[in-house]
Write a protein of this length. Structure first.
Lengths: 704, 533
C-alpha cells in the first residue's frame, strides 16, 4: 500500500511542477512582450497590456499541457532503479486480487521502494523558468519608457521655474546668443548659451546655433506672431544664424524639422523717458513792483541711461485785452546735460534780456530728450509782472460806494508821494528826507487805523483803547455774587475781539487782515527812513484793497433757481395730434467679455480636476487671453501658459491631467481676473417657512 | 423627569386609594381586614413607584473595574500616565470599540482627549465618568464665513486664532493661489481675525486660509463658497416728467444689461416708452399680468396716488405678496396717507448751497436707509411681504457728472436692493459647520436629519464636504466645547463655572418588573381572598 501512495504522490508532484513551469514560461513571455512595448512605443498605458499578456499567454500554454500519468512515474522508477525489477506498476494493482506470485513480488518491491530516493525530473525546469520570469519582471520595472517630445519638454521646463538657466533645446550641439545693448546704455555685450534672455529695450540679439545633424529649415516663432527664419551659415546646414532688435517683452520658440522646442522668455527692461521737475518757482508767482526783474529757477533732470538734450522754452505774453501779443524764447542747455543721468540745473533768469515790462506774463517749462528720442517736459511755471500804471489808475472805482474810495485815494496818494520822495532823495537834505518819510509813515498809520476800525481794533479817536466802564459799574447786583463771567468782565477789557465785527463775512475779513499786515510793513519801512523798501508793501496793500472792492462786484450764477410755477391748466392744451409718442427699443448684444471666457475656463478646470471631460473650446479661448498676457509678463505667466498647453493636450488626448498643471493654469487665469463689481441684485434670504406665511396671513388678513 | 401628567395621576390616585380602603373597611366580613388593607396599600405604593420610579446607579454593581475611552487629541504620555494610575485590569478602548464590546461591570469610565459629541456623551451608561481635559490646541480655534454669496459680494472670513509661539504668524486668504488678504498675528496672543476677498466668478469656489510661520506654510485650510450668479432686476420706471435723474439711471442700468421698461410722460396725453433688454409690452393699462414681469417699480408717490384704482390695487397685491418692490422718488409730497406711505412725512424744504430739498422726518414704522448731514434721505417700509423705499435724494446724477461712478453705483445698489424682493435659497447648512467625510453629520433641513458622508469635495446642491484632515483644530475645539457643556450640565453648575476632569454620576431607574411584582402579588392575594370568601 505504501508504494501505491508513494507513486501517486510522485505523480501529483510532477504534474504540479510541470504546470507551474508552463505558467512561469507563459508569464515570462508576457513580461518580455511588455518590456518590448514599453521600450519601443513608450506607451503610458502599457500597464493595461500586462493582464492581457499574463492571462492570454499562460492560457494558451495551459491548454496545451500534457498530464503526467502514473505510467510515466512507474516507467521512470523502473528505469532509474534496477532494484525494482520493473515491477513498480504492480504496486498500483496491489488493491486488486492478485496471485501468490504477485503478492510476493509486491512485498519485495515495496521493500526495495523504501530505500530509494525518488527522482525529480521537473524541479530543475521549474526553477530555471521561475528565475527567468523573475528576471523579466525586474527588467520591466527598470527599463525606461520611451517619452514623447512634449513630455520631454515638460520635464525639461520644470527646472526653469526656479533657476534662471533653462536647458538647451533638443538636438542642439551648441548654441550662442549674443546680446548687444544700445551703445548709449554703456552696458557690455553678453554672450550666453541659455535661450531665455534678459536685456534692455532696443538690444540686438544674435543667435548662432549648431545642430548635431543637418536640418532643412530653422526659424524662431515669437509670441506676437512674427517669424524670424535663420539662415544657414555653411553648406553643411548644421550652423544657423539670425539677428533681431528687441523692443518689448515676450516669448519665442525654436522651430526645426523635428518637433518644436520649448518656450523661452524675453524679459525686456523698458527704457523710460526722462523725468524733469522744476522745484522753484512753483506754479504761479508774481514779481512785485519795486522788486528786481529776476527769476530763480531750480530744476532736476534725470534719465535711466543719460540725457541727450534739454532746453528751457518760454512764452511771453504782452499787452492786455485784444492787443495781447505772444513771442517765444528758448535757452538751450543740451551741452550741460548731455550724457548725464542726473543733473540739478539752477539759473537766475534775468527777465530784462527779453525786454519784459510791467503787465507782461512769462510762461516757461523745461523739456528734455533721451537717446531714444523720448521727450518729457516739466509743468509750466507762470511769472506775472505787475502793471503799476493799471494799479494806480482810477478805472472802475469812481462808481464805487462812498465808504471805500476815500481809503484808496489815500493809499494811492501815499504811493505817489513815496515815489516822489524817492525821486527827490538827491535834492533833499537828510533831515528833510527823514522827516518826510516819517510823515508818510504817519499817514500810512492813520489809514491803517481807519481801516482797522472795521475789525474792532483801536481807531483814531481812542488811540490806546476805549475805556467806557462808567455805566457798567452801576449794575452790580447782589445776585451776581460769585458769577464768574461778571468777575472776569470787571477785570478784563473786552476789546479787540475781531469776531464781534459783523460788517463783513469771513472771506472779506481775512483779506482786510492781509491788507492791514501790508500797511504795517509799509509803515515800518517808512518810519526807519527806507521808502524804497516800503514801496512794494504799499503796492501790495493797494492791490489787495482793489481786489476787495472789486470782489463784491463779481456776479455768480445762482443754482436752484425757483421760477414761477407753471399753471397746469394752461399746460398741454395745444393741438397735439401731429406729435408722435416716441417708442424706443434696445437690446444689448450678448457679447461675451474676456472675463466671462476666463470664468468659463476656470469652471472647466474644476470639472477636469474632478475627472470630468472639460470643454476644449472654452479652454482655447482662455488660452489665447493667457498667451497675450504672458507676452507682456513672460517671467511670471509663461510657465502658467505652458501648464495650460499641457492641460489642453491631455484633455485632447483624453489622458489623465496632471493636478499641478491644473493648479498652475488656474493660478494664471485667476491673475487675469478682477473681483466682480457689486451691481444691484436681489438679496439672498432664507425661505419663508409655512408657519411664517400662516402667521403673516392671520396678522394682515391677506388672501393667498 | 416627572411632568404634569404624573401629578395629575397622583391627584386621581389618592382619593381612589381612600375609597378602596373605605370599601374594604365597610365589608361585612371583617376577616383578614388588616391583610386586605395592607394589600391595598401595597398596590397604591406600586402605582406611585410606577409614576415616580426610584433611580439606581447605572451599570452593574460587582467588581470595581475601570476603563478608558481614548478620543482624538490624546497625548501618548498622558494616556500612559493614566494607565499606570489605574488598576491592573483597566483597558483602553476607542469609542467605537467600547460601544461594540460593551465591557461588563465598568465602575468608572475615564475619557481622555478632546471628548465626544454631545449625543455620544449622553449614551454612556456608567456610574462614574471622568473626563481628563487636554491642553487646548493652538491655531485657528473657531472660524466662520458665509457659504453662499452673490457674484459681486465680498467674502468675509472671521475667527479666533491662538498663537502660542514666540514668533508672529501670518494668516493669508488666497484664491487660486493668489493672495487676497493677509494678517499678522503677534507672538503669544489670542486674537480675533477677519479676512476679506472679492468674488470672481459664479459657481463653486475654493478659497484657502494659509498659516505661515517663519516663511514656511504650516497649514492650508479650505474655505468653500458657492457664488450665485448675479440676477438682473427687472425694473419698471414710470416718470411723470422727463428729468436728468431718470435719464442717467436708465442709461447706467441699460449699459449694465438690466431689463428696463420706461414710460415718461412728455405732454398732456403723450408718453415716451422705452424697452431696453426686454420685449415691448403694452403699458397703457398696467395690471397684475404686466407687473408680474417686473421685480421693481420706480415712480413718484404723488402720481401713484392719482392713478386709477385698478393700478393701485394691482401694485398693492403684488407688493403684499412679496413679488414686487416699489421705490418712490419724491421731493415734494408723499401723497395722502395710505397703505404705501404710513406715517412717512417729509420735512419742510431745506436750503443748502443753493439747492432746495426735503428730508424724511417722521419715520416711525419705517427704517432709515440712507442718511447724511441734513437728515434721513431714504427710508424703508414693509407692506405685507414686500418692501417700499422712499428716496428724497434726486440729484445723484451729479456724481456721474463728477466722475464718481463708484459712489453712484453704491447709492443705487443700496436703494434697489432694499426695495427688490429677495431670492429664497434653501438652507442646506450642516449643523456644526463642518460636514466631514467618514463621519455622521446632522442637518437643519429636514429637521434633525443626519447623513453619513462618504466622499469629500463638492456635492450636488452646491455644498462641500471636508476631508478628515481639514480644520482639525477648529473641530477639536468644537468637541472640547461640547464635552465641557455636558460635564457642566451633569454637574448642575452655573454657566460661568467650568470644571475640568469632573466626575459624573450617571443613574438610571430601577427595573419595572420589581414594581409590577409589588402590584401583582397583593392583587393576587386580594383576588384569591375574594374567591375564598
Amino acid at each position: 500500500m505504501k508504494g501505491a501512495v508513494l507513486i501517486q504522490n510522485l505523480q501529483r508532484r510532477w504534474q504540479r511542477e510541470q504546470q507551474l513551469t508552463l505558467l512561469a514560461v507563459g508569464w515570462g513571455v508576457g513580461l518580455l512582450l511588455a518590456v518590448i512595448t514599453k521600450l519601443v512605443w513608450g506607451w503610458q498605458d502599457f500597464r493595461l497590456l500586462i493582464p492581457v499578456f499574463f492571462c492570454l499567454v499562460p492560457a494558451i500554454l495551459w491548454a496545451q499541457r500534457k498530464k503526467t500519468g502514473t505510467e510515466e512515474v512507474t516507467a521512470r522508477l523502473d528505469q532509474s532503479f534496477p532494484s525494482l525489477e520493473d515491477s513498480s506498476s504492480l504496486l498500483l494493482a496491489a488493491s486488486q486480487p492478485t496471485s501468490l506470485l504477485q503478492h510476493l513480488q509486491i512485498e519485495k518491491v515495496e521493500q526495495a521502494m523504501a530505500g530509494i530516493q525518488p527522482p525529480q525530473p521537473y524541479s530543475k525546469n521549474l526553477f530555471i523558468t521561475c528565475c527567468a520570469a523573475g528576471l523579466a519582471a525586474c527588467l520591466l520595472a527598470t527599463v525606461p519608457a520611451k517619452q514623447t517630445a512634449l513630455q520631454q519638454a515638460a520635464d525639461s521646463q520644470v527646472s526653469t521655474a526656479n533657476t534662471t538657466k533653462p536647458p538647451i533645446p533638443l538636438q542642439m550641439a551648441a548654441a550662442t546668443i549674443r546680446i548687444q545693448p544700445p551703445a548709449y546704455t554703456r552696458l557690455p555685450t553678453i554672450e550666453q548659451k541659455q535661450f531665455a534672455v534678459q536685456t534692455v529695450q532696443g538690444a540686438e540679439l544674435q543667435w548662432t546655433l549648431q545642430t548635431n545633424k543637418p536640418v532643412q529649415k530653422m526659424q524662431l516663432l515669437f509670441n506676437d506672431s512674427t517669424v524670424l527664419p535663420l539662415r544657414a551659415v555653411d553648406s553643411t546646414h548644421t550652423r544657423w544664424a539670425a539677428s533681431k532688435k528687441i523692443d518689448k517683452s515676450g516669448f519665442y520658440r525654436l522651430d526645426t524639422d523635428a518637433l518644436p522646442s520649448d518656450f523661452y522668455t524675453i524679459d525686456v527692461k523698458p527704457d523710460l523717458p526722462p523725468v524733469v521737475n522744476i522745484s522753484s518757482p512753483e506754479g504761479q508767482t508774481s514779481i512785485e513792483a519795486g522788486m528786481p526783474f529776476r527769476v530763480m529757477i531750480q530744476s532736476q533732470l534725470r534719465d535711466d541711461y543719460g540725457l541727450a538734450s534739454a532746453q528751457l522754452v518760454a512764452t511771453i505774453a504782452s499787452g492786455s485785452g485784444e492787443a495781447v501779443t505772444f513771442r517765444n524764447e528758448r535757452i538751450d542747455i543740451s551741452s550741460l546735460v548731455r550724457g548725464k543721468e542726473y543733473i540739478q540745473w539752477n539759473r537766475v533768469l534775468d527777465l530784462n534780456q527779453w525786454q519784459l515790462k510791467g503787465g507782461d506774463e512769462l510762461y516757461f517749462y523745461l523739456e528734455a530728450t533721451d537717446e531714444r528720442k523720448q521727450t518729457a517736459r516739466s509743468d509750466i511755471s507762470i511769472v506775472h509782472l505787475p502793471d503799476t500804471t493799471e494799479l494806480l489808475s482810477m478805472d472802475g472805482m469812481l462808481t464805487a460806494m462812498d465808504i471805500k474810495p476815500e481809503f484808496f485815494r489815500s493809499q494811492r496818494q501815499i504811493i505817489i508821494e513815496t515815489e516822489q520822495l524817492i525821486r527827490d532823495k538827491k535834492t533833499l537834505s537828510t533831515e528833510a528826507y527823514n522827516a518826510k518819510s516819517n510823515e508818510l509813515g504817519g499817514e500810512q498809520k492813520l489809514l491803517r487805523l481807519r481801516y482797522g476800525k472795521f475789525l474792532g481794533e483801536e481807531d483814531e479817536t481812542n488811540i490806546g483803547g476805549h475805556h467806557d466802564h462808567e455805566e457798567n459799574e452801576a449794575h452790580n447786583d447782589a445776585a451776581d455774587f460769585g458769577n464768574a463771567a461778571k468777575v472776569l468782565s470787571e477785570v478784563s477789557h473786552q476789546h479787540d475781539v475781531a469776531e464781534d465785527a459783523t460788517f463783513f463775512d469771513a472771506e472779506t475779513k481775512k483779506q482786510l487782515k492781509a491788507t492791514l499786515t501790508e500797511m504795517w510793513n509799509a509803515e515800518l519801512k517808512l518810519r526807519i527812513y527806507q521808502p524804497e523798501q516800503a514801496l512794494p508793501y504799499e503796492y501790495k496793500a493797494l492791490r489787495l484793497l482793489k481786489d476787495l472792492q472789486q470782489q463784491s462786484r463779481v456776479f455768480v450764477g445762482k443754482t436752484g433757481v425757483k421760477t414761477t410755477p407753471l399753471d397746469p391748466a394752461k399746460r398741454g392744451t395745444g393741438d397735439q395730434d401731429k406729435i408722435m409718442a416716441p417708442r424706443f427699443s434696445f437690446k444689448q448684444n450678448k457679447v461675451t467679455t474676456p472675463e466671462q471666457d476666463i470664468a468659463r475656463a476656470l469652471v472647466n478646470l474644476q470639472d477636469i480636476a474632478h475627472g470630468g471631460r472639460g470643454d476644449l473650446g472654452d479652454l482655447q479661448k482662455a488660452a489665447a487671453l493667457l498667451s497675450t498676457a504672458a507676452g507682456k509678463k513672460p517671467a511670471s505667466l509663461l510657465p502658467k501658459y505652458k501648464a495650460m498647453l499641457r492641460v489642453m493636450d491631455a484633455v485632447g488626448r483624453k489622458a489623465r491631467v496632471n493636478k499641478e498643471d491644473i493648479r498652475q493654469t488656474a493660478n494664471g487665469l485667476g491673475s487675469l481676473l478682477d473681483p466682480a463689481p457689486g451691481l444691484p441684485a436681489p438679496v439672498l434670504s432664507a425661505p419663508t417657512t409655512p408657519a411664517a406665511k400662516e402667521y403673516l396671513q392671520q396678522l394682515t388678513g391677506l388672501s393667498n | 423627569m416627572p411632568g404634569t401628567i404624573h401629578y395629575i395621576m397622583l391627584v386621581i390616585l389618592i382619593p381612589l386609594f381612600a375609597w378602596l380602603c373605605w370599601r374594604e373597611w365597610k365589608r361585612t366580613k371583617k376577616k383578614r381586614l388588616l391583610g386586605r388593607l395592607l394589600a391595598t396599600l401595597l398596590i397604591f405604593i406600586s402605582f406611585i413607584l410606577l409614576l415616580f420610579p426610584p433611580q439606581q446607579k447605572a451599570g452593574k454593581n460587582g467588581t470595581s473595574r475601570q476603563a478608558i475611552i481614548v478620543t482624538e487629541g490624546t497625548d501618548k504620555d498622558s494616556l500612559a500616565h493614566l494607565l499606570q494610575s489605574l488598576p491592573e485590569n483597566s483597558k483602553a478602548y476607542t469609542h467605537w470599540q467600547y460601544q461594540y464590546e460593551q465591557p461588563a461591570a465598568i465602575d468608572t469610565l475615564h475619557i481622555i482627549g478632546y471628548g465626544l459629541p454631545l449625543e455620544d456623551w449622553r449614551s454612556l451608561r456608567t456610574t462614574n465618568i471622568q473626563w481628563h481635559e487636554p491642553a487646548v490646541p493652538a491655531g485657528i480655534q473657531a472660524v466662520d464665513w458665509k457659504r453662499l454669496l452673490r457674484l459681486g459680494d465680498v467674502l468675509t472670513v472671521f475667527g479666533h486664532y491662538r498663537n502660542h509661539l514666540n514668533q508672529p504668524v501670518i494668516l493669508k486668504l488666497t484664491w487660486e493661489a493668489l493672495v487676497q488678504d493677509s494678517l499678522l498675528i503677534p507672538p503669544n496672543t489670542d486674537t480675533v481675525f477677519q479676512l476679506q476677498a472679492g468674488t470672481y466668478y459664479a459657481g463653486t469656489n475654493l478659497y484657502q486660509v494659509e498659516t505661515q510661520t517663519d516663511h514656511t506654510t504650516t497649514s492650508i485650510e479650505p474655505i468653500p463658497v458657492y457664488v450665485m450668479p448675479a440676477e438682473k432686476l427687472r425694473i419698471l420706471l414710470l416718470a411723470n416728467a422727463p428729468g436728468f435723474e431718470t435719464n442717467f439711471l436708465v442709461n447706467w442700468l441699460a449699459k449694465e444689461g438690466y431689463p428696463l421698461a420706461v414710460s415718461n410722460q412728455i405732454s398732456q396725453a403723450k408718453w415716451s416708452k422705452s424697452f431696453i433688454n426686454m420685449e415691448p409690452i403694452p403699458l397703457e393699462q398696467i395690471g397684475v399680468a404686466q407687473l408680474e414681469k417686473f421685480d421693481l417699480l420706480i415712480m413718484d408717490p404723488l402720481s401713484f396716488s392719482t392713478r386709477n384704482a385698478g393700478f393701485q390695487a394691482a401694485v398693492k397685491k403684488q407688493v403684499e405678496q412679496g413679488a414686487l418692490g416699489v421705490l418712490f422718488q419724491t421731493d415734494s409730497s408723499v401723497g395722502n396717507p395710505s397703505w404705501y406711505n404710513r406715517r412717512i412725512r417729509l420735512s419742510p424744504p431745506v436750503s443748502k448751497q443753493g439747492l432746495r430739498f426735503r428730508t424724511i422726518s417722521n419715520h416711525a414704522g419705517a427704517r432709515p436707509l440712507l442718511t447724511d448731514s441734513t437728515g434721513t434721505r431714504s427710508a424703508l417700509l414693509r407692506a405685507g411681504r414686500g418692501y417700499i423705499v422712499f428716496n428724497t435724494r434726486l440729484n445723484s446724477f451729479s456724481w456721474q457728472l463728477e466722475g464718481k461712478t463708484p459712489e453712484y453705483q453704491r447709492f443705487w445698489k443700496q436703494l434697489l436692493e432694499a426695495a427688490a424682493p429677495p431670492i429664497a435659497v434653501p438652507d442646506t447648512q450642516a449643523l456644526g459647520y463642518f460636514p466631514v467625510a467618514g463621519e455622521s453629520t446632522r442637518f437643519a433641513q429636514p429637521a434633525d436629519s443626519a447623513a453619513w458622508l462618504s466622499t469629500a469635495g463638492w456635492q450636488k446642491g452646491g455644498w462641500y464636504v471636508f476631508n478628515p484632515n481639514d480644520w482639525k483644530t477648529a473641530r477639536a475645539m468644537q468637541t472640547i466645547e461640547q464635552s465641557r457643556d455636558y460635564v457642566q450640565q451633569r454637574r448642575g453648575l452655573k454657566s460661568d463655572e467650568r470644571p475640568t476632569g469632573a466626575a459624573i454620576q450617571v443613574t438610571e431607574p430601577i427595573q419595572p418588573w420589581l414594581i409590577l411584582l409589588l402590584f401583582f402579588l397583593p392583587a393576587i392575594f386580594l383576588w384569591v381572598e375574594k374567591k375564598l370568601d
